[in-house]
Design a protein. Structure first.
Length: 379
């Protein structure tokens, strides 16, 4: 994927705000949503046309918008950012299953969407309520069936493990339900309690309601064993795919590829510079409407810092760091430059080292943040 561009479009409105979420999002108000869509289209039109290997509509909850509105947005994006010559362009959309109306999937597919990512989080009714979600397991089944009937190339679902009150058996049932639905891709995320969320307030009041690291690790282990046994490739720390169904858009992030982000809070990475738009909805709207630059923050990493970050991203994947390609791109011999870090974690059985690659071991996946972070902070 190196050398290609990914396009991310942020649609920040939600029918409700989940208690664990700290993304840039707002409760749906139709007038604000329409104003935002106009601003978003204006921002997209301000960027010169160029090829893009992937387009991803995320949120928020993109399908708070009418299917025809999303289809028109996708068509504008496809016209502006055409597929590179000889490549299939992956176009993905995140959806909430309970908002899928009859015919929506077909509208998306006819507009060019070929991959849907369904926000499920759990199939257990009690966990669904705890996580503040608005769907039922039957809503998920209907959404998957509709995606299949519309001819979507890939169907993905997100699951969260470690919600208060969960246990191993509930988690196994959710995984089994996903497998039985025949989806192509499963993303599994350990619950992260973010500052300022309702879960953070709950944890402060009742810390024992939340799982400790050891219990979360047990659930992660169950996910790996269960999904791999069902034929899924564990191709990235949190992601599992049937052969041929990896997320090309996310893969571009993990190889430190370039991408453009549109919308409030969206991030871009071009020419070694990272830029993030303001998370203030009003600031974003006023800037676009007045033709001013969108407020935000930017940084250009020094070469060694960029190399450390690239190692961190690559180690998240099953391929790990391609040592020869890395040296060509960054001018850094990983095994020499980071010898103390490699030695420490290889001796502990957390890293596997070959003549051409450096990757996390199965054990290393359980402390991936620590191992990957060591390369970022090494001086």
């Amino acid at each position: 994927m190196t050398g290609t561009t990914g396009i991310y479009v942020h649609l920040p409105f939600c029918p409700y705000i989940c208690p664990y979420c700290d993304f840039a999002k707002w409760p749906l108000r139709r007038s604000s949503a329409q104003r935002y869509l106009r601003a978003l289209l204006a921002e997209i039109e301000s960027v010169p046309p160029q090829p893009a290997a992937t387009i991803f509509l995320g949120g928020g909850t993109p399908n708070t918008y009418d299917a025809q509105e999303l289809a028109a947005l996708v068509e504008r994006l496809r016209a502006r950012f055409r597929a590179p010559h000889g490549m299939r362009q992956e176009i993905s959309i995140e959806i909430n299953p309970e908002l899928v109306a009859a015919g929506d999937m077909l509208v998306y597919r006819e507009a060019g969407v070929d991959r849907v990512s369904i926000g499920v989080q759990s199939f257990d009714p009690d966990e669904i309520r705890t996580l503040g979600r608005g769907h039922t397991p039957e809503d998920v089944e209907r959404a998957v069936a509709a995606a299949r009937a519309a001819g979507m190339r890939s169907v993905s679902i997100d699951l969260i493990f470690g919600a208060p009150g969960t246990d191993a058996e509930r988690w196994r049932r959710s995984l089994r339900r996903a497998i039985d639905l025949g989806v192509d891709h499963v993303s599994t995320y350990g619950l992260t309690v973010e500052e300022g969320t309702r879960f953070a307030a709950w944890q402060a009041r009742e810390p024992r309601a939340f799982l400790d690291e050891d219990r979360e690790a047990d659930l992660y282990d169950i996910a790996i064993s269960t999904l791999e046994a069902a034929g899924f490739e564990h191709y990235e720390i949190s992601n599992f795919a049937r052969p041929g169904h990896r997320s090309a858009h996310n893969a571009n992030y993990w190889v430190n590829g370039e991408y453009l982000g549109f919308g409030v809070g969206a991030a871009s990475y071009r020419g070694g510079e990272r830029r993030v738009h303001t998370r203030s909805l009003e600031e974003y709207l006023e800037a676009v409407e007045s033709g001013r630059p969108i407020p935000g923050e930017s940084e250009r990493l020094e070469p060694l810092a960029a190399a450390g970050e690239a190692i961190m991203l690559a180690l998240r994947t099953s391929q790990g760091v391609d040592l020869h390609a890395f040296k060509e791109r960054y001018g850094v011999d990983v095994l020499t430059r980071y010898a103390p870090v490699v030695a420490t974690y290889a001796k502990a059985g957390m890293l596997e080292v070959t003549h051409d690659a450096l990757r996390l071991s199965r054990r290393g996946r359980f402390i991936a943040n620590d191992v990957c972070g060591a390369f970022v902070t090494f001086e």
